[in-house]
Design a protein around this ligand. Structure first.
Ligand SMILES: C[S@@+](CC[C@H](N)C(=O)[O-])C[C@H]1O[C@@H](n2cnc3c(N)ncnc32)[C@H](O)[C@@H]1O
Length: 264
């Protein structure tokens, strides 16, 4: 299953930017930048970009940190990331699934996971979070972004109201909303997103502290990363409403050397 998923992600690498949202775009107010800025003495620290994809974050991490470990399970993604980082000498690449990061245990001061904690099986998400916990040194930071399922419900609500205001009866308004919000790609009951052979788990806000605590993380912080409407839909008339979002979180591994992950 993991190998199939890695292959599907590899195939998505070539034209990745055309199909996936970009949380690093200049018009996105991304809490990640502030969280990174708050980490002291970065030049003496090692950061892991876990699920680095084509590597859009790697050059910035390489400028700010002493060492960068770029991790992904999809060879196609790593190839693009390596090409992007050709001139950087403090980035190393590791083809590993997040569910087994044993070679990197104890090596990270900071772990960053941007839209890569979407494993379809909840037990594997828990496993990946525990593995990240083991990679971090005591007191280390985990900074992440996960796709938000509640944001899809929010957009659906706006789209139904939009269609009703245009005079459509309720059943047609619902069909119209389902079309514009691409409902065919989602399984809403179990928070799944199925797209181009990849399956991703989408998160609810309540799930973030629940899963992070189970994995042993402390000092959790949750915030929205608002994604400007043009990245999400071609429709112009949603512009007057706040846009949809992904979930950003920051958490820490306890500085206590004997702290342990909770869920096993
Ligand atoms: C949506 S992309 C995000 C890539 C990158 N972090 C970014 O912000 O552009 C998700 C990435 O996570 C990787 N990924 C997904 N699940 C993974 C897993 N279980 N182990 C390792 N990498 C994984 C995929 O191969 C893909 O490169």
């Amino acid at each position: 299953m993991t190998e199939e998923l890695a292959q599907a992600w590899s195939q998505a690498a070539a034209d990745y930017e055309e199909h996936f949202i970009d949380p690093y775009a200049a018009d996105v107010r991304n809490p990640l930048w502030r969280a990174l800025a708050r980490i002291p003495r970065k030049k003496s620290k090692t950061v892991g970009d876990l699920g680095c994809g084509t590597g859009p974050l790697l050059p910035r991490l390489a400028r700010e940190f002493g060492h960068v470990l770029a991790v992904d399970f999809a060879e196609g993604m790593l190839q693009r990331a390596r090409a992007r980082c050709r001139s950087l000498n403090n980035v190393t690449f590791h083809r590993l699934p997040l569910q087994n990061l044993q070679p990197l245990h104890g090596q990270l001061d900071v772990a960053v996971a941007i839209n890569s904690l979407g494993l379809p099986h909840p037990a594997e998400i828990d496993q990946a979070l525990r593995q990240i916990w083991h990679c971090l040194r005591p007191g280390g930071w985990l900074l992440g972004i996960v796709p938000a399922m509640d944001a899809i419900h929010y957009m659906t609500m706006l789209l139904v109201d939009r269609a009703l205001q245009r005079g459509l009866p309720l059943d047609a308004a619902r069909k119209n909303a389902a079309h514009h919000a691409n409902h065919a790609e989602y399984d809403f009951a179990f928070s799944r997103f199925l797209y181009r052979g990849t399956e991703q788990h989408f998160w609810f806000g309540f799930e973030v502290p629940y899963r992070l605590r189970r994995a042993g993380f402390v000092r959790l912080r949750l915030a929205k990363v608002y994604i400007p409407w043009p990245q999400v839909t071609k429709l112009k008339d949603l512009d007057r409403f706040p846009p949809t979002w992904d979930w950003f979180f920051a958490a820490r591994k306890s500085a206590h050397p004997k702290s342990a992950p909770l869920a096993q």
